[in-house]
Ligand binder design. Structure first.
Ligand code: FAD
Length: 208
């Protein structure tokens, strides 16, 4: 669907990372791991970028988590004020949480958005969750701590993910791996899953 939606809030959720919460248009239903296209006028030109849902549901409102690393579009999102409007379309993507019994989410950089959303959705459904998160300046610490308190296995590292992935993969029935992040992280995560002996198809969303 295409819609014009209002910004509800923009909040810092870690170093160079903001959570942008938007009104959900009527009938909008996205699962954690799906993404939307946001379009805005930046420096006089219409620009679009994709952002993954980082709230466990989209009832009334939904959140995306935006990494800030010098780009103009992400900087524009971080400067939005409540009540301002933005164009969105979506949801898009097939690599989302479908109530799997155990979600093992591997996240790099802004991939932490879908990771916390999937962990929260899994725990709320009585399922298991594990998160392996690579970032040298981690975000969403509070939500990761809360997930850990509810029984999720959470590992945050600024280095190699191989050992953490091997520990997170249990081989139990209903286990599914998810990977979200930019291409260099996706490559490292898929290599780590192979090394850990993970044989199913992981759900992988490459941010570019
Ligand atoms: C399916 C999909 C889902 C996405 N979901 C998210 C999301 O949930 N949150 C989010 O922040 N971004 C997400 N992205 C990336 C997002 O669409 C933008 O590319 C990003 O915000 C940078 O846009 P920009 O115009 O601000 O910066 P640009 O000028 O395009 O790039 C500036 C910065 O973006 C980062 N970047 C861009 N490309 C790469 C790359 N290949 N490897 C590493 N870093 C890179 C770097 O930090 C870089 O300095 C997603 C992309 C896709 C395709």
């Amino acid at each position: 669907m295409d819609a014009t939606v209002a910004v509800r809030s923009v909040a810092d959720v870690g170093p160079d990372t903001v959570a942008v919460t938007l009104d959900s248009p009527a009938g909008f239903d996205a699962r954690p791991g799906q993404f939307v296209k946001l379009t805005a006028t930046v420096d006089g030109a219409a620009e679009s970028r994709f952002y993954t849902v980082s709230s466990p549901d989209t009832d009334g409102e939904f959140e995306t988590t935006v990494g800030l690393d010098g780009g103009d579009f992400s900087a524009h999102l971080a400067e939005l004020n409540p009540g301002e409007e933005i164009e969105m379309s979506g949801p898009f993507g097939d690599e989302y949480y479908e109530n799997e019994a155990r979600a093992v989410v591997l996240a790099g950089g802004p991939g932490i958005g879908p990771a916390v959303a999937i962990a929260e959705a899994a725990l709320a459904a009585g399922n298991e969750a594990a998160v392996v998160y690579r970032d040298d300046a981690p975000a969403h610490a509070e939500r990761l701590d809360a997930a850990r308190d509810q029984g999720a296995r959470v590992v945050v590292t600024d280095g190699d993910v191989d050992d953490a992935v091997a520990d997170a993969i249990t081989g139990t029935d209903g286990e599914r791996a998810f990977v979200y992040g930019f291409a260099d992280f996706v490559d490292a995560a898929v290599t780590a899953l192979d090394a850990a002996g993970y044989e199913d198809d992981a759900k992988v969303e490459n941010f570019g």
